[in-house]
Design a protein around this ligand. Structure first.
Ligand code: CTP
Length: 212
């Protein structure tokens, strides 16, 4: 048993970007709001909060350790470097699953483009954390368009998580979110539609309960 003030949190937020050339990239619609709200909520229960964020329009919360990243590999490097010193990792980031096989060093002109973009998978950061997990509590988010709960349950198990927050893609770029929490012990909790700030507090409360 320990108090929440000693818990060391790591939160990821925002999208990652994968570049085709120096000015074009693949990314996602993530605003970063849910991740930033979670970092702020974690900060109300503990002084130890690291926020690893992809590019967003948001101002980082002042009292957290802030690490700015762009690509999935940069996010993976930052997260893995911190992982040994963490108690709770909450991966909210909308991580790019694919990247162009090659990044052109110069802008690709219309004339030079052959009409096919070859992609390769990026690292699955949370799955890697699941493999390395010792005493850490791992929380993931599942963004689904179909079969929300079944797909979320599969990700919970395959990535060796303690909790997964299942949300539809309506949550992207929105102020509110309606989620179901799926825990590793099999129980689930449906939360009402909440402002992201209130949802963040609700999630942090559940996580603290798992740890203390
Ligand atoms: N995630 C990650 N690294 C990736 C992809 C996802 O760490 N390369 C994390 C996300 O931050 C999230 C969880 O894994 O917490 C689930 O992400 P999601 O995009 O819903 O699922 P994927 O694992 O990418 O699977 P799929 O794209 O097939 O739905």
């Amino acid at each position: 048993m320990r108090s929440s003030e000693s818990l060391r949190f790591l939160v990821t937020a925002g999208p990652t970007r994968e570049f085709l050339d120096p000015i074009r990239f693949i990314s996602s619609r993530s605003s970063g709001k849910m991740g930033y709200a979670l970092a702020e909520a974690a900060r109300t229960v503990s002084p130890h909060v690291v926020l690893v964020s992809g590019p967003t329009m948001l101002t980082p919360p002042s009292a957290v350790d802030y690490v700015s990243v762009t690509t999935t590999q940069e996010m993976a490097d930052a997260v893995l470097a911190q992982f040994g010193g963490c108690d709770v990792v909450i991966m909210v980031a909308a991580v790019c699953d694919f990247r162009p096989k090659q990044m052109a060093l110069s802008k690709i002109s219309k004339k030079a483009f052959h009409g096919v973009l070859e992609l390769e998978p990026t690292v699955d950061i949370l799955a890697e954390l699941g493999r390395r997990k010792r005493s850490q509590t791992l929380v993931g988010f599942a963004a689904e368009t179909d079969d929300l709960l079944a797909n979320a349950r599969t990700k919970l198990q395959q990535k060796n998580l303690d909790l997964i927050v299942a949300n539809t893609t309506d949550a992207f770029e929105s102020e509110t979110n309606t989620v179901t929490l799926l825990f590793a012990d099999g129980h689930t909790e449906q939360l009402p539609k909440l402002q992201k700030r209130d949802l963040a507090m609700a999630i942090i409360e559940r996580v603290v309960k798992l740890r203390t």
